[in-house]
Ligand binder design. Structure first.
Ligand SMILES: [Zn+2]
Length: 96
């Protein structure tokens, strides 16, 4: 595994010894809960770095006075908690 900040091979370490950046994936639980609670604003998606998806969810909320955005956000939150997507927008696998 390579550090996502400096590119150094860090083996199985999570904290890079060279630049001390954190290479752990973002929390799936945090992302899922954010999306369940604030999915109509795409907050869980923004947390994972999927900015376009987040913007689309805000758009859906605005266009349908909150209905589609709330439903989509909620379903998306359930999906995140159940393992979709597997990685954040940078390709880093999510942690538990
Ligand atoms: Zn590093």
């Amino acid at each position: 595994m390579y550090c996502r900040e400096c590119g150094k091979d860090i083996g199985n370490l999570k904290i890079c010894p060279a630049c001390s950046c954190d290479n752990r994936g973002k929390s799936r639980l945090t992302a899922g809960l954010l999306q369940l609670l604030l999915g109509s604003l795409g907050i869980g998606r923004f947390y994972l770095g999927y900015k376009l998806m987040g913007l689309m969810q805000i758009g859906a909320t605005l266009i349908t006075c909150g209905i589609a955005g709330a439903i989509w956000g909620f379903i998306d939150g359930v999906l995140i908690l159940n393992g979709t997507p597997e990685k954040d927008a940078d390709g880093v696998p999510l942690s538990a």
